[in-house]
Design a protein around this ligand. Structure first.
Ligand code: AHR
Length: 661
């Protein structure tokens, strides 16, 4: 039995390690009739934060950087190679940033004066370039005010690094007043680092604003929407929830810089551009061109959650700026607007169309409620200042929305004085769900597979809201998503699932990163301007989430859970709807191990499925060029009698699925 299930494997290393299995079997027991607890539909979710160019330059498919000229340096992202600013060439032209009080949310625009139509141009560099695909269509839109109708034509072109034109279109600006224009460009070649060049026919002055470019093809083909390939990766995870918008971005480096949801809804052009807090966070990873357009705002977030079939889980500022930065506090007597923001967000998501915020949601295109059930108060806050603010939020939210589940936080570490203090206080307050964060080395993850075994079953539920194994001594961020990190996380996750009675939500963090513009690694999904791929960590998440089951069953060795004995970890579940038994087995050792699971209580089909994620090199990792080095393989599995025998290859996560009779 042991080997015939994998003899057709295409993974040679796997076969070899299977042959090397020890003679000694590990005998496990699973009673299929004894459901220990339910697994929440929210068990495996995703954590989205605009870090690593995850929103602008990433998920949000806008290709023009600084489309509103609203960056602190208003022409950042734009160049004018032959302007008369540089050459005193009076025959050329010049772009001047302008600021008006007429539109307080988008006060900036660009005034262009053309002295001679023979070559003046402005070029947008995109987010480390623009990814264009041959024959694909791109929607270009802009606002223009053509003074005296002097400019006869605007020519818009894709160019490559050698300035070769890769597609073009034109706009005839027909009004002296602000007017919206749109057109389409078809790319004539595929290019990862294209730029957008704009030239003008005629001499005179023209004002430009909101110069925007999107692929026509987006997720669900929504105009000016989200990148299809990246959402597809999220969709495939089948996430139970989407946490948004972070992360420290919720808090801001200062209170002024905190994330304010009301500034992210309504017409896109009225959403004020703001510096991204990760712009200057890390000295070694400065990103001076990192701003937030909020084109991916709270409406788009709720819509995305709905598309993914996931519960939205917004996290809001509780009036404390990031305690690693300024730690600015709003005085208690001035906390009201922050609390009101939380109440209004619930109204925006769920309120009737006759309410102020429900009407805005409806006007934006979604009259039916988004059915928000969770709301988080604060991100990584700690100390008495958090507790006293949390109390005010919790009281106000519960008074108005008694059914809303409130998520509170225990700070940035999985232990220590602040963690203990936060937990003690929140417990006294009967907090419903507490968010825990840990970025630790792989050993920690393996050693902590039993972390929740002794948590109070009657206490608050757990939201493992941010976690990732960070291998030590790896300087290059991309390499940090190695198999060692992913395998260690899978060992740890067996402990999350075994404890599904207390652990209700979990999410790896951060979710995604641009290969040319990241601040933080490891990350679950990596992308450039054309392509994206899942890391080994992504596939671990996907396997757990896609094979979650509805009820935890006990899987034991000598009556004890497998939490690392002989470097083995396990969890068992059944899916009562699909009538399936699901065993997740992790072998973190460098040797193959033979397992025999005695299945009692119910009969199972003799034919099932075995899913395997493995690599014999713990340092291996997927890349854009080779995105499938570590991906799951699936094959038929055959059972003989009541025992499920399997050889776990060295360094492997194995999932066995058997139909229950
Ligand atoms: O995930 C990256 C950051 O890590 C988050 O913004 C923050 O909450 C944590 O410290």
């Amino acid at each position: 039995m042991k080997l015939n299930v994998i003899t057709k494997s295409t993974v040679c290393g796997l076969l070899l390690s299977s042959f090397l299995a020890t003679a000694q079997k590990t005998n496990l027991e699973v009673d299929l009739t004894k459901s220990i607890t339910k697994i929440q539909p929210t068990m495996y979710g995703v954590f989205f934060e605009d870090i690593n160019f995850a929103a602008d330059g990433g998920l949000y498919a806008e290709m023009v950087k600084n489309r509103t000229f609203g960056f602190d340096t208003p022409l950042m992202g734009w160049s004018q190679p032959n302007s008369n600013v540089h050459s005193l060439n009076k025959e050329s032209g010049m772009a001047t940033p302008m600021r008006t009080s007429e539109n307080p949310n988008n006060p900036d625009f660009c005034r262009i004066i053309i002295n001679n139509d023979k070559g003046y141009q402005i070029i947008n560099e995109g987010f480390r370039g623009m990814g264009i695909k041959k024959y694909a269509k791109y929607n270009l839109s802009l606002k223009a005010a053509n003074h005296n109708n002097a400019i006869k034509k605007i020519i818009i072109q894709f160019i490559d690094v050698d300035k070769k034109v890769l597609g073009e279109t034109t706009i005839v600006p027909s009004s002296a007043n602000w007017k919206d224009y749109s057109t389409q460009i078809v790319a004539t070649a595929t290019e990862a680092k294209a730029q957008l060049k704009i030239t003008f026919e005629g001499n005179g002055t023209i004002d430009l604003d909101m110069i925007s470019l999107f692929p026509q093809e987006t997720w669900n083909n929504r105009k000016n929407g989200l990148r299809k390939d990246i959402v597809q990766l999220l969709y495939d995870l089948k996430p139970g929830f989407v946490r948004f918008p972070g992360g420290c971005i919720v808090e801001g480096r200062t209170l002024e810089n905190r994330y304010q949801w009301k500034k992210t809804v309504g017409a896109v052009e009225d959403r004020e551009t703001m510096i991204n807090r990760w712009n200057v966070e890390f000295k070694h990873k400065q990103a001076p061109d990192y701003f937030q357009s909020f084109g991916l705002g709270f409406y788009e977030y709720f819509q995305l959650s709905e598309d993914l079939g996931a519960e939205p889980l917004p996290i809001l500022s509780c009036g404390i700026a990031c305690q690693y930065n300024t730690g600015e506090l709003v005085p208690m007597e001035e906390l009201d607007p922050y609390v009101q923001d939380a109440l209004d967000l619930i109204e925006f998501a769920n309120g009737a169309v006759t309410t102020k915020w429900g009407k805005l949601r409806s006007d934006m295109g979604h009259p039916t409620p988004f059915n928000l059930k969770f709301i988080g108060v604060g991100n990584e806050q700690w100390g008495p200042q958090y507790i006293e603010r949390y109390k005010v939020f919790a009281k106000a939210i519960k008074e108005k929305y008694p059914n809303m589940t409130i998520v509170s936080g225990s700070g940035p570490s999985p232990d220590g004085v602040f963690f203990d203090y936060g937990w003690d206080e929140l417990k006294k307050l009967n907090a419903e769900i507490i968010d825990e964060h840990y970025y630790k080395n792989p050993e920690w993850f393996k050693e902590n597979a039993a972390r929740y075994d002794n948590y109070d079953r009657k206490g608050p539920k757990i939201f493992t809201g941010e976690y990732a194994a960070h291998p030590k001594g790896v300087e290059d961020g991309l390499k940090e998503n190695n198999w060692l990190s992913a395998l260690s996380e899978s060992a740890f996750m067996t402990g999350l699932e075994r404890n599904a009675d207390v652990v209700h939500l979990t999410s790896y963090a951060p979710l995604m990163a641009h290969v040319d513009a990241f601040q933080w690694a490891p990350d679950m999904i990596w992308f450039d301007n054309l392509n994206s791929y899942g890391t080994a960590n992504y596939y671990v998440q996907k396997l757990f989430s896609n094979n979650k089951g509805t009820d935890v069953l006990a899987i034991t060795k000598d009556g004890k859970a497998l939490t690392g004995q002989n470097e083995l970890y396990a969890t068992a579940a059944k899916d009562v709807d699909k009538k399936e038994l699901i065993l997740k087995l992790v072998n973190t050792s460098g040797k193959a191990q033979d397992i025999e699971v005695n299945l009692s209580g119910k009969k199972v089909d003799s034919k099932g499925k075995m899913i395997l994620l493995t690599n014999q090199n713990l340092e291996e990792y997927n890349t854009l060029e080779e995105p499938t080095k570590i991906v799951p393989t699936e094959k038929e599995y055959k059972l003989s009698g009541k025992k499920a025998a399997v050889t776990l290859p060295a360094y492997s996560l194995v999932i066995l699925k058997l139909k229950m009779k």
